[in-house]
Ligand binder design. Structure first.
Ligand code: GLV
Length: 385
């Protein structure tokens, strides 16, 4: 199968579905409970219309901008996603390399398979690190120190996932840590031999940022037990100052859907916020991110950068978010599907698809510089009221 024959993120997803064990494919392709917010994210993008403008010299077009002061080749980054290394062996390293070569940021999740140090050893430009504040603040502090030592360009604190929204697919698939090698799972391996062989060929098969860093946890089961007790439900705005001070670099706050929370994040020192409903994986019934974005942009009033994730599947979606005030967007599932379909090359293919869509749409909108997008580039509609 040639990756260049895949023309949309949806097509990449279908290939990933064939190649990745169901349990992991569905871990990515799932939302909480009824999945209404998961669906709303994409549906609401679909309701927005772009303004077609003609009679403009569009012979040169620019997609470059800056994110947190660093030049990027397009206003898009790879979002933190748990266990990317289960979509494809060494998935985080592959995705980080694809992002690096493309000239956009990669964000490593706390619950990644490859560790901070693994990704740092495999790349040369700074990646971002996403932090789940754990109950064990000493462990959390050390994670921050490790991200700092690895030269990470920003620390992204996730605020909307202190405990998990239930994803029924995971429960039904028996997704557990450690993995249970049930007959069903073993049969599945036989159907995905390429995936299974690659997995056998790597030593990265557990949670790299935890493994070997939790005193007393020597087996995967002990590690899983410890991790299962670490949700810190006390996390609040005052903790952000500690994170920022300990990291000493830019702080990005993820999981903002309400203007008052945007204010609180800025007051706590956020250099940027990510308007996010965790890809519809947490509060089922939460609004789509594109719907609330204009309110957040008004509330922040230029005091920090604003990014958006959840539901971005195309260059057209990215343009809509930028027109409504986001400085950049982040993608999670699309790059996981890229990993599943073709490893590093699959992620690159997804980025190429989104870049080509963006470039084409900008031209047809009569826009030559992506940083100039604004509300005038979309038709007003009910979604935005
Ligand atoms: C982790 O952040 C997840 O959404 O599964």
């Amino acid at each position: 199968m040639r990756l260049d024959r895949l023309l949309t993120v949806e097509e990449v997803m279908r290939v990933a579905e064939r190649r990745v064990p169901k349990m992991f494919f569905q871990y990515a392709d799932s939302g909480a409970y009824t999945e209404s917010s998961y669906r709303a994210n994409s549906e609401d993008f679909g309701k927005i219309r772009l303004q077609q403008r003609v009679g403009v010299d569009i012979s040169t077009r620019s997609l470059t901008t800056t994110i947190l002061g660093r030049k990027v080749t397009m206003p898009l980054g790879l979002a933190p996603t748990g266990a990317a290394g289960m979509q494809s062996a060494d998935g985080e390293i592959k995705a980080a390399r694809a992002a690096e070569k493309f000239g956009i940021p990669f964000t490593l999740s706390t619950v990644s398979i490859c560790s901070i140090e693994d990704v740092a050893a495999a790349t040369t430009t700074p990646f971002w690190f996403q932090l789940y504040v754990r109950k064990d603040r000493e462990f959390t502090g050390k994670l921050i120190d490790r991200a700092k030592a690895a030269g990470c360009g920003a620390i992204v604190v996730t605020m909307d996932c202190q405990h998990y929204g239930q994803r029924h697919k995971d429960v039904r698939n028996g997704l557990t840590v450690p993995l249970k090698f049930t007959p069903k799972f073993v049969a599945e391996m036989a159907l995905k031999p390429r995936w299974a062989l690659a997995m056998l060929g790597t030593r990265h098969r557990t949670f790299g940022n935890f493994s070997g860093h939790v005193p007393g946890a020597t087996t995967v089961a002990q590690l899983a037990e410890w991790m299962g007790q670490q949700d810190d439900l006390t996390l609040n705005w005052t903790d952000l100052r500690w994170v920022k001070q300990r990291f000493g670099g830019p702080l990005v706050v993820k999981g903002i859907l309400h203007p008052d929370d945007a204010h609180a994040a800025v007051d706590a020192g956020a250099d940027a916020i990510i308007v996010s409903n965790h890809g519809g994986r947490q509060l089922d019934g939460a609004p789509s991110t594109i719907r609330v974005l204009p309110r957040i942009v008004d509330a922040v009033n230029g005091r920090c950068e604003i990014y958006l994730d959840s539901g971005v599947r195309s260059g057209h979606d990215m343009i809509k978010a930028l027109a409504l005030g986001a400085r950049a967007v982040f993608i999670g599932r699309p790059f996981l599907y890229g990993l599943g379909a073709g490893g590093e090359a699959g992620v690159t293919r997804v980025l190429e698809i989104i870049r080509a869509e963006t470039d084409s749409a900008l031209g047809l909108m009569g826009v030559t510089d992506i940083t100039r997008l604004g509300p005038a580039n979309i038709e007003s509609n009910d979604l935005l009221r």
